[in-house]
Design a protein around this ligand. Structure first.
Ligand SMILES: [Fe+2]
Length: 495
């Protein structure tokens, strides 16, 4: 049985994360680079109505006529002309279509929300709840954007959602994303749970791909999309935990950082939700976890992916990534400032011998300690340019060995309780000689999870059968984890 977290931890979690710890760590010079939060003039707010009317006309033209039809060309040009008036005044144009509200930046357009209710419905139906038209946008991009938002919602869904379509179209100056809404859900069936978790996972991956593009081209992080993604991950971790945890074992060698970030967010949220269900805390935790390595997105890819050993200068450079990341998140308007603390602190270690060093030393925040456990676990179980992936049980043991030094011992205990000694997706040898894949942990016994048996004692593959080791009549137990590569088994095929 896992022990209850200490009263200390609960007290700390219950208090909201403050915004105060950032300033004293990030040096004062970064203040000068602070990106302005767009405040729109009364004239610009009035002009938004003209812009919306032209967007409505453009979408209608796009739906009724072929793309090269003069009506579409004209509607594109007219919309582009109003847009360029904003851009010439030095501002990007962020629009939010949400339930029955319309916003320009943070400003609610009350009358327009009534006038354009059809447009709000159409935009939200395809998942285009947030749109930012950035300076530099071309008529070709506007035309492509019009085509995407005029697509039937079912087709958009079939193509992987609006985020995927925008990514595929390569629109450089138009950012489109959904506005996710958190609401308590009734318990979902296993089938729905699997589908919802996969959707949330792949949306989060798309977000990470987009963030890398934005950061590498010195653009501002798309905050509404980060918030929506975190909300949806929280929703899945809370309502649909095992399907989501199972996905957190997905790996990609080529896109390591993207998968790693999403996995760390899921594992952190699952661990954090064992301590508190406070939405504000979880939201900060999820945001910080998802963005904990954004600093790496500013580091030279040649160094990041270098197959051989790094020189001491290269190491020193890579060890700057928490600071680069924290600068980036601290300067992003609208982003939860407390998440910056996590980005900055995730490598500091529990015993404060990590990096960056802080004088005078101050304990890592609870949320940073949570992310550190998730980060260590996912990194160990992934194949990297410089090391092979470790089996899950080995990674769990290493966490235990590092409790007190690198990691918070109470959180390690909770994490072992959450994942079990044999986490989901582990391929295991049973005492019967059979081979199985761990499907979900058992909250009451860390060593007896639910297992899908896939091969008989002789090694021949069998039709998969699920067994709960905690209630197994034959009394089977797990002997050890085995490397799926040696068995020629693709774990995903069985889940
Ligand atoms: Fe990191």
């Amino acid at each position: 049985m896992v022990e209850d977290p200490s009263a200390d931890i609960i007290r700390e979690a219950a208090g909201a994360l403050g915004d105060t710890t950032v300033q004293d760590v990030i040096q004062a010079d970064v203040g000068a680079k602070n990106a302005p939060t767009a405040v729109f003039s009364a004239k610009q707010v009035r002009r938004a109505r003209d812009l919306l009317a032209r967007l409505y006309a453009l979408r209608r033209a796009e739906r009724f006529y072929p793309q090269e039809h003069p009506a579409v060309v004209q509607a594109t040009e007219e919309f582009g002309a109003v847009l360029s008036q904003f851009h010439e005044e030095g501002v990007d144009v962020p629009l939010t279509f949400f339930e029955d509200e319309l916003l320009l930046g943070d400003q609610l357009l009350a009358e327009d929300s009534v006038l354009f209710d059809q447009l709000i419905r159409d935009m939200t139906a395809v998942g285009a709840g947030n749109v930012v038209f950035q300076r530099g946008v071309t008529l070709a991009e506007i035309k492509e954007f019009a085509r995407i938002i005029s697509t039937d919602p079912e087709i958009v869904a079939a193509q992987g959602g609006i985020g995927a379509m925008v990514t595929t179209a390569g629109l450089e100056h138009i950012i489109v994303s959904d506005v996710a809404v958190y609401h308590e859900q009734p318990k979902v069936s296993d089938v729905d749970g699997g589908r919802l978790a996969k959707e949330a996972y792949s949306n989060a991956l798309d977000l990470m791909r987009e963030l890398e593009r934005l950061i590498r081209t010195s653009q501002v992080i798309n905050v509404p999309r980060v918030k929506g993604t975190v909300r949806s991950l929280i929703e899945n971790v809370m309502n649909n935990r095992y399907a989501t945890l199972e996905l957190a074992g997905l790996k990609s060698f080529d896109e390591y950082t993207f998968y790693h970030s999403v996995n760390v967010a899921i594992l952190s949220l699952a661990l954090g939700s064992m301590i508190t269900h406070d939405y504000r805390f979880l939201s900060t935790l999820g945001t910080g976890a998802l963005l904990h390595d954004v600093g790496k997105m500013t580091i030279d890819l040649d160094i990041l992916n270098k197959p051989g050993p790094l020189t001491s200068e290269e190491w020193a450079y890579i060890r700057q990534h928490p600071i680069y990341g924290a600068e980036n998140t601290a300067l992003t308007p609208g982003l939860d400032k407390a998440a910056t603390v996590i980005v900055l602190e995730h490598h500091m270690r529990y015993d404060l011998t990590g990096y960056p060093q802080r004088t005078p030393p101050r304990r890592q925040h609870l949320a940073s300690r949570i992310v550190a456990v998730a980060d260590a676990y996912d990194a160990m179980t992934s194949r990297r340019t410089y090391s092979a992936a470790r089996p899950q049980d080995d990674a769990i043991l290493t966490l235990v060995k590092n409790a007190e030094s690198a990691l918070d011992p109470t959180l390690v205990r909770l994490f072992v309780g959450l994942m079990g000694l044999y986490p989901p997706r582990s391929v295991v040898l049973l005492s019967s000689g059979e081979t199985g894949i761990v499907v979900s942990p058992n909250p009451h016994s860390v060593s007896l999870p639910r297992v899908r048996v896939i091969a008989a004692a002789g090694g021949e593959m069998t039709a998969p059968v699920d067994i709960d080791l905690a209630e197994d009549d034959e009394g089977r137990t797990i002997v050890r984890c085995i490397d799926p590569a040696g068995l020629n088994v693709e774990v995903s095929d069985f889940l």
